[in-house]
Design a protein around this ligand. Structure first.
Ligand SMILES: O=C(O)c1ccccc1NCC(=O)[C@H](O)[C@H](O)COP(=O)(O)O
Length: 417
């Protein structure tokens, strides 16, 4: 099998060779794909300019002697990728054949985790060329985010290898009880517990709030009855930051914090915890079942909760087949098309699925597109016990006070106690 992993210095080939080179990287499934298209050629700014793309890497099962859990993404694929072509990168993370790591098709997943024909950017002497084809053009926003995230995480891992994260974690305060906080809030108020989201912008809505003060907003949400907070940490698409997570935790906010990230690699779980996260988001549209299982184990070791997000029946059925899930989020937003429909929550909780969820004692979180008390009642009647709300609160002049408007009543601890 041909390895797609490339070094930090891309090969310098003639343009004809470049095109042949790209063809070599085409997966079998793309053998009949449209021909390559040269879409841009521009000079690089200096000898190192334009070489910033990350090597395509994925962590193969790295076993921790202490907890014996592989910190691997695509664990199922990479484990079967064969170890002969895996080489250690000096940071304790072996490199596996990236082609073998694509998850599209596994467990019905449509998202491709990385460009299957290799990167679109190539270098010829002082020029940078972009060669686009079906295999290296993202098919939707979620795929684009995930491709960028893979590259970003690969660079972050080089700067902070796992061993650097793990030491300090042993002496840090334990994670807060995310699930317990949701249950307590529901019991206290009789309405779905609020996970209030702190996000400055989103791909579908653009900038949501210009004067964005994450710590102040977090304090206002807590004061007005949020059970937990969700903090966007992705910088490129949401203008979020891990610094926000850390700052909110250090400011003395007591609500448990969800790290709202696109998790593609178990390393991110350790990183999120090191920045103060009490819970993480695992998106079923991106992660195969085996990855979800691995990541749940790691979350347990780290004391974090996992909100496992689904959007359709197939994803819900997959997730219901996994043991140990305490929280399922039903996203009313289709992350491939941006379409939002809150009746999605009702549909996924009807019949046998709803019964299984009740039997297993899973808390369902209704996510996205909730704007009014009627929306809240609608998803509560469908069976949700918690809601994740971003836009409808963050866009208000006073996001804290907007909570009472959303629920049709004051749910702050003082008023309800
Ligand atoms: O919101 C987006 O545009 C988006 C695009 C791609 C991936 C994820 C995206 N959003 C994440 C969410 O689903 C929401 O932040 C969250 O559920 C809150 O939704 P809302 O109350 O509608 O802001």
């Amino acid at each position: 099998m041909e390895a797609l992993a490339i070094g930090s210095a891309p090969p310098r080939l003639g343009i004809a060779a470049q095109i042949r080179h790209s063809h070599l990287h085409r997966s079998k499934t793309l053998a009949t794909a449209a021909p390559l298209r040269l879409v841009a050629a521009m000079p690089m700014d200096g000898p190192a300019g334009g070489r910033g793309h990350a090597p395509l890497r994925c962590a193969r099962a790295e076993t921790d002697s202490e907890d014996a859990v592989a910190t691997s993404s695509q664990s199922s694929q990479t484990q079967s990728a064969g170890s002969a072509d895996a080489t250690d990168q000096g940071n304790g993370v072996p490199v596996a054949d990236a082609a073998a790591a694509d998850v599209a098709g596994v467990d019905g997943i449509r998202i491709r985790r990385r460009p299957v024909t290799g990167p679109s950017v190539h270098y010829v002497g002082p020029f940078q060329f972009r060669l686009e084809n079906e295999g290296n053009t993202p098919r939707n926003i979620l795929e684009k985010i995930v491709w960028d995230k893979e590259a970003e995480v690969s660079q972050m891992k080089e700067r902070r290898p796992l061993y650097m994260l793990k030491g300090p974690l042993d002496n840090s305060p334990p994670a807060r009880d995310f699930v317990g906080s949701l249950k307590a809030s529901y019991d206290r108020t009789g309405v779905p517990a609020l996970i209030a989201e702190i996000k400055k912008a989103s791909p579908s809505r653009g900038v949501l709030r210009e004067d964005f003060e994450p710590v102040q907003i977090a304090q206002a949400y807590e004061k007005n009855g949020a059970a937990c907070l969700s903090v966007l940490t992705d910088a490129k698409y949401f203008q979020g930051s891990f610094d926000y997570l850390e700052a909110i935790r250090n400011a003395g906010v007591k609500c448990p914090l969800l790290c709202k990230e696109f998790i593609v690699d178990a390393w991110q779980l350790y990183y999120a915890r090191s920045k103060g996260a009490d819970a993480v988001l695992l998106i079923a549209a991106v992660l195969p079942d085996l990855d979800i299982k691995y990541m749940l184990k790691i979350c347990k070791i780290l004391g974090m909760a996992a909100l496992v997000e689904v959007h359709d029946e197939r994803e819900m059925d997959r997730v219901l087949g996994i043991d140990g899930i305490q929280l399922i989020g039903i996203n009313n937003r289709n992350l491939e098309t941006f379409e939002v429909d809150i009746s999605n929550t009702k549909r996924l909780l009807e019949g046998e699925r709803g019964q299984t969820i009740a039997q297993k004692g899973i808390i369902v979180v209704g996510e996205s597109g909730l704007f009014t008390p009627e929306d809240i009642s609608f998803v509560q009647n469908a069976g949700v016990r918690a809601v994740l709300v971003g836009e409808s609160l963050i866009k208000q002049e006073d996001p804290g006070k907007a909570i009472a408007g959303l629920f049709g009543k004051d749910i702050s601890p003082v008023s309800v106690a």
